[in-house]
Design a binder for this molecule. Structure first.
Ligand SMILES: *[C@@H]1O[C@H](CO)[C@@H](O)[C@H](O)[C@H]1NC(C)=O
Ligand SMILES: *[C@@H]1O[C@H](CO)[C@@H](O)[C@H](O)[C@H]1NC(C)=O
Ligand SMILES: *[C@@H]1O[C@H](CO)[C@@H](O)[C@H](O)[C@H]1NC(C)=O
Ligand SMILES: *[C@@H]1O[C@H](CO)[C@@H](O)[C@H](O)[C@H]1NC(C)=O
Ligand SMILES: *[C@@H]1O[C@H](CO)[C@@H](O)[C@H](O)[C@H]1NC(C)=O
Length: 592
């Protein structure tokens, strides 16, 4: 049932390798960004979800101990200063009862959740391959056998009269993927899998009576896996973490909306902010008074540049990182200084210390796009051929810019028109203050700050930035010129700070948890409408679907580490004792 290792296959994932001129003419134009801070995605397969974070101090705290081994070290108190601004929150606000943020507490929220998904057109487009054939039992069966091609955990689920049945988790063993039942004892499926079950369960809970019966396959690999057919027979219908220009995988939401794995963001009390709603709030509030004018005027990127398991995948990233040296070798130190890659260490939660955040995909989407945008810097994403459910609704020149090589021009806009349009608030984050101080020691970087209006060089009082003796205030910078089409070099007539704000608003209006939930609801509804078979709980030689209750899910989170279960139980207290209609459903439905 399995083939041997997939390493060799990694390079042909994601369609044709991009062949574009990089490092031209100022800075790489076509590199795209992926992960920022959390690079070790491959660890997801083998480690407990909460294992990849280091928090200092509190070595006796079992929860804190679990975060050892982090890639980026974050001081436990790095957001303590936000307690004042988040006066209406308290310890536990970002770790307990996460669903309370989007449970309809008032009529407005109820009306909002009743709206069709903002992404309905995309949902319909993604399901077009099955418009004529429908989704048949045979097609779903075919999808269920694709786990080796997809190279990741996979599950089959049914929605039956509102209850959720889960079956056919595959597990990585020596040499490939094998069917394995979900449940205690199967630790392979940590992280992505139970969070997907949580996403489904939560959607059913939020929209009772609104999700018709469904029989679908969901896979969790890093890569999309069903090549887009040229014509003819419909592809195997499969839900995954992402879609792509070259694949027909249907994007589902990923685990990062529900938990905090690999997206470690600290709340003001030093705990990981659990769930995207909480993370979005911390990030937006953290930077609300940090003027773009004061942020470091460089394009920053952090991430994995080599994945031992899939050595080909980070090619674009390596080229991008290599550009810095190439520019320096070519005597273009000023251009090289516009890029800030790999070091110093930068946590995702600090990424908006930089004015521009680069997003580089790696033959796969990266889940931290939303975090990079919500804190309000300019997103630079030259190519997005892999997408999360919302990505395609964003427009270059409106919500983000496509080219890294326009950083210089955008800085000129900040250094001229920006000085008028934006005030320096003088409020810096602690890491930003430190970094700016460091930069002023280097003449090249100090000049960059002055030219781009950054780092308190506007002459305003800079409370925490060390006296503002950095930039020569008032340096005469020419605003960038518009092209014949009226656009600036960054592909838009809008100023970079306007693009940053539009991007942030897009996330805040269309990528809230409400939007994730209504997306899943409408996706399941549209998928269900295409089904041509009567839905039953599935069964095969390896096992059968089981109706999933909240307690079963908690047990799954708790394998093998009880502390993981405790964290999730606090975040989603409704799970405990939640029957999800199983008692009735089990009397009616039998797996076959
Ligand atoms: C940036 O790179 C793109 C693609 O290579 C090129 O078309 C564009 O002219 C460059 N822009 C600037 C300002 O150099
Ligand atoms: C931003 O400024 C407002 C108004 O002065 C203030 O109420 C708020 O607490 C500030 N936010 C942060 C994060 O400092
Ligand atoms: C969680 O929040 C909801 C409000 O949305 C409330 O009804 C419920 O009692 C809370 N649960 C706990 C355990 O605090
Ligand atoms: C579906 O669920 C509803 C409410 O739980 C129940 O009244 C009904 O009998 C169920 N229908 C079937 C076919 O099980
Ligand atoms: C100018 O920018 C807008 C986005 O603001 C974009 O839609 C349009 O295509 C651009 N024009 C050209 C010729 O690139």
């Amino acid at each position: 049932m399995t083939k041997n290792g997939r390493q060799a296959g990694a390079k042909d994932r994601g369609g044709p390798a991009p062949r574009r001129r990089l490092c031209a003419p100022v800075v790489p134009a076509n590199i795209i960004g992926g992960a920022l801070v959390f690079l070790f995605t491959y660890k997801l397969f083998t480690t407990s979800p909460f294992e990849s974070i280091t928090v200092h101090e509190a070595p006796d705290d079992p929860v804190q101990r679990r975060y050892r081994g982090a890639f980026v070290e974050v001081s436990k108190r790095s957001h303590a200063y936000l307690q004042q601004a988040l006066w209406d929150r308290q310890p536990g606000s970002y770790t307990h009862n996460v669903s309370a943020r989007y449970e309809p507490a008032d009529e407005a929220a109820v009306r909002e959740l009743a709206q069709p998904s903002f992404y309905l057109d995309l949902i319909r487009r993604d399901l077009l391959p099955w418009k004529d054939s429908g989704i048949t039992h045979e097609l779903v069966e075919r999808s269920s056998m694709m786990f080796d091609d997809c190279d990741g955990d996979m599950l089959r689920f049914q929605v039956l009269n509102g209850s959720l049945w889960v079956h056919h988790i595959t597990e990585r063993l020596e040499g490939g993927w094998y069917p394995a039942p979900i449940g205690p004892g199967n630790a392979a499926a940590k992280g992505r899998v139970p969070y997907a079950v949580l996403a489904l369960m939560e959607t059913l809970r939020m929209f009772p009576g609104q999700i018709p019966d469904v029989d679908a396959i969901l896979h969790f690999a890093d890569f999309p896996c069903i090549p887009r057919p040229r014509a003819g027979a419909p592809p195997a219908p499969i839900l995954g973490l992402q879609g792509s220009a070259h694949h027909s995988d249907i994007p589902f939401s990923d685990y990062t909306y529900w938990g905090h794995e690999h997206q470690y963001l600290q709340d003001p009390w030093g705990k990981p902010a659990h769930g995207w709603g909480n993370q979005a709030e911390v990030l937006a509030r953290k930077y609300e008074n940090v003027s773009l004018l004061d942020r470091i005027p460089q394009a920053s990127w952090r991430g994995r540049t080599k994945d031992n398991r899939y050595p080909e995948r980070d090619h674009l990233r390596r080229v991008f990182v290599g550009c810095v040296d190439k520019l320096k070798e070519a005597g273009r130190g000023e251009d090289a200084a516009l890029l800030n890659v790999l070091s110093p260490p930068l946590a995702l939660q600090d990424s908006c210390d930089y004015r521009y955040s680069v997003y580089i995909e790696s033959q796969a989407y990266a889940s931290n796009l939303k975090q990079k945008m919500v804190c309000g810097s300019v997103l630079v994403a030259p190519r997005m051929e892999y997408w999360d459910f919302y990505t395609r609704a964003m427009r270059p020149g409106v919500e983000y810019v496509e080219m890294v090589n326009v950083t210089r021009d955008m800085n000129a806009a900040f250094g001229s028109l920006g000085r008028e349009a934006l005030a320096s608030s003088g409020q810096l984050t602690p890491t930003l203050a430190r970094e700016l101080k460091e930069m002023r020691r280097d003449p090249l970087l100090a000049a960059l700050l002055a030219r781009s209006g950054a780092g308190g060089s506007t002459g305003s009082k800079s409370r925490k930035s060390g006296g503002g003796k950095g930039g020569k205030s008032g340096e005469d910078v020419q605003p960038p010129a518009r092209g014949p089409d009226g656009n600036y070099s960054w592909g838009s007539g809008a100023m970079p700070w306007e693009i940053a704000a539009t991007g942030q608003q897009f996330i805040q209006r269309h990528v809230r948890m409400q939007d994730v939930l209504s997306y899943i609801r409408d996706l399941l509804r549209a998928y269900s409408a295409m089904q041509r078979h009567a839905i039953r709980p599935s069964a095969n030689l390896e096992g059968a679907a089981r109706c999933y209750t909240g307690d079963m899910l908690l047990q799954e989170f708790g394998t093998p580490h009880q502390v993981d279960r405790d964290i999730v139980a606090a975040a989603y207290p409704w799970l405990k004792g939640y029957d999800n209609g199983c008692r009735e459903a089990e009397a009616v439905y039998k797996p076959r």
